[in-house]
Design a protein around this ligand. Structure first.
Ligand code: C2E
Ligand code: MG
Ligand code: MG
Length: 538
């Protein structure tokens, strides 16, 4: 159909008249017709006729007959034949349009208009067929927007949808003209990038994609910072089976998430193994509490001015029957991801409070016990209640317990967390900021939170004697903390030279192998009762 408006022809000519009136028109002396259209086509036209093509009551075009050299008389009879023909043509066109639309619907995502999973599968299969014949190579990228759930939760699904649409556009332009971009799930996109499976040529595209999404999206007047994680699989290098390629890209995407998000990873064979091990360990961890495989060690905190023990940090250990000793760096993230940290963390508090009770019974109720807290623990509604219950249960003074949080605890829900920490501080619980200097350190946190202690991360202490900048950094942290009336603990102090530097800088406390490794309850008590200067190393 010549869909158009009669205005297109300045209202001149037969077609314009059909479109305007929706009625058949015939002209037998075209050259003398006052509304004739003058152009190369009509210049030799003697007579002509057109009948409207109507679809759903709308004139969308016409069917016509024109005579040039010899004259053909146009009349009602000829017109009737053409009208029948136009009716049949209209039905055929309508069917074709309908098929086009349903096909589009079946193969495209309604939100972004991008190809959907069905289309992706079809396209990928065709592409891989070419690769199997050695006629193509390329990359498949699995893209997942980071933390879209948070956007949905905070700003509503409509805002989430706007971000998805905008991100989809960014992905399409960053991926380039050659790429096939599909949306395959809520916040998931897949790109097929034919051309090359050369890592060095794929990497810049992945960089560009991560960079394109790492920006602020404006949604209903609010600025939302987004980022994305991407997994990349190469074909035919990593495989030529669609299902496998998509699965491996997904695995690589999870590896990118695990590496801290806002980045991309090539698929590597070991990745699956890693995931499998995590799953197995997590399953064992589920039974660790009831099997009594968990216990706490205590590492002394020494005040530098008096060279006395002022507290202990409770550090969790897992001695698994099946897997042996597993380090906290390995199992705590698993406990966090699986939610097991909530029950484990509760046990840690109860156990640490029992230790504090023992100390109090020895008349050492001024010795603090510090407990590490994960972000997800602090996020639970009953966090302060849980801490209070453990303290009451053990019947100790709240001042004896110190809660250690890291800065990233606060990023997620600053207000909520602050409220809970203020609540705890009000009953006397001490609060320290752990691993200081490694996260998004902000003075605002320090001013608004009831923090009493800063713990300088051991990575700074490691570098202290080798690197002047690091040394200056430590000195400034200590000075700044003192301006804010905070206590400073240096963590991971291993050597005497480090110790004397810290004394020189006015650091309040140290914790580290130079005095003691984390030790059992019994050893901790013995350590406490021995004067520091005569201590053999623990
Ligand atoms: P963290 O809270 O920063 O604990 C200090 C870590 O530094 C401990 O590692 C400790 O053993 C280690 N350390 C202390 N002094 C030295 C030293 O002189 N040299 C060296 N190389 N290391 C030293 P650990 O026990 O492996 O714990 C690692 C992390 O696991 C802790 O870091 C903490 O974030 C987390 N964690 C431990 N127990 C718990 C717990 O009960 N709950 C939660 N949520 N996290 C825990
Ligand atoms: Mg700690
Ligand atoms: Mg620390």
């Amino acid at each position: 159909p010549l869909t158009g408006s009669y205005m297109q022809f300045d209202g001149k000519g037969i077609y314009a008249e059909v479109l305007r009136t929706g009625k058949p028109v015939f002209i037998n002396d075209y050259q003398n017709w006052e509304d004739r259209l003058v152009n190369d086509f009509t210049c030799g036209m003697t007579s002509a006729m057109q009948v409207p093509l109507n679809i759903e009551g709308k004139t969308v075009g016409s069917v016509g007959l024109a005579a040039f050299a010899e004259k053909i008389i146009m009349d009602e009879e000829k017109m009737a034949v053409f009208e029948q023909f136009a009716a049949v043509a209209a039905i055929a066109i309508k069917n074709a349009l309908y098929h086009q639309q349903t096909n589009h619907l079946a193969l495209h995502d309604t939100l972004t208009g991008l190809p959907n999973r069905a289309y992706l599968n079809r396209h990928l299969e065709e592409e891989l067929e070419r690769a199997r014949r050695g006629q193509s190579a390329g990359a498949v990228m699995f893209i997942d927007l980071d933390d879209l759930k948070t956007v949905n939760d905070h700003f509503g699904h409509t805002s989430g949808d706007s971000v998805i649409i905008a991100a989809g556009n960014d992905i399409v332009s960053a991926a380039g003209d050659n790429a096939f971009v599909a949306r395959v799930g809520g916040d998931e996109f897949v790109i097929i990038l034919p051309g090359t499976d050369n890592e060095e040529r794929i990497a810049p595209v992945a960089d560009r994609l991560v960079g394109a999404i790492r920006r602020e999206y404006e949604v209903r007047g609010k600025r939302i910072h987004m980022s994305t994680s991407i997994g990349v699989t190469l074909y035919p290098e990593d495989g030529v089976i669609a299902e496998e390629i998509l699965k491996n890209s997904d695995i690589a995407m999870y590896a990118a998430k695990a590496a801290g998000k806002n980045c991309w990873r090539f698929y590597e064979q070991g990745m699956q193994q890693e995931d499998y091990e995590k799953m197995v360990l997590t399953n064992s961890l589920r039974h660790a509490l009831e099997n009594e495989e968990l216990y706490l060690l205590y590492q002394p905190l020494i005040a530098l001015d008096r060279k006395t023990v002022v507290g202990f940090e409770a550090l969790l250990r897992w001695s698994s029957r099946e897997h042996g000793m597993i380090s906290p760096a390995r199992f705590i993230p698993l406990a966090e991801q699986s939610g097991l940290i909530l029950s484990i963390g509760k046990w840690v508090f109860a156990e640490a409070c029992r230790f504090a009770r023992k100390l109090a019974d020895m008349g050492k109720e001024n010795i603090r016990v510090a407990v590490n807290v994960s972000p997800c623990q602090l996020a639970t509604a009953d966090f302060s209640e849980m801490v209070r219950d453990s303290i009451e249960e053990a019947n100790i003074r709240s001042q004896q317990i110190e809660v250690e949080i890291t800065e990233n605890v606060l990023i997620e829900s600053l207000e909520e967390s602050t409220r809970k920490l203020v609540e705890l501080s009000a009953i006397g619980v001490q609060l320290s900021l752990d691993d200081f200097g490694t996260g998004f350190s902000s003075l605002t946190y320090l001013r608004n939170l009831p923090v009493t202690t800063l713990k300088i991360d051991k990575s700074f202490i490691n570098e202290m004697l080798r690197d002047k900048v690091q040394e200056g950094f430590i000195r400034s942290i200590i000075d700044m903390a003192h301006v804010l009336s905070l206590n400073v603990v240096a963590e991971g102090v291993e050597t005497e030279p480090q110790l004397s530097k810290l004394v020189q800088f006015g650091c309040d406390c140290v914790q580290g192998y130079v005095y003691s490794r984390p030790i059992s309850q019994e050893d901790a008590i013995r350590f406490l009762l021995t004067p520091i200067l005569s201590k053999e190393r623990f």
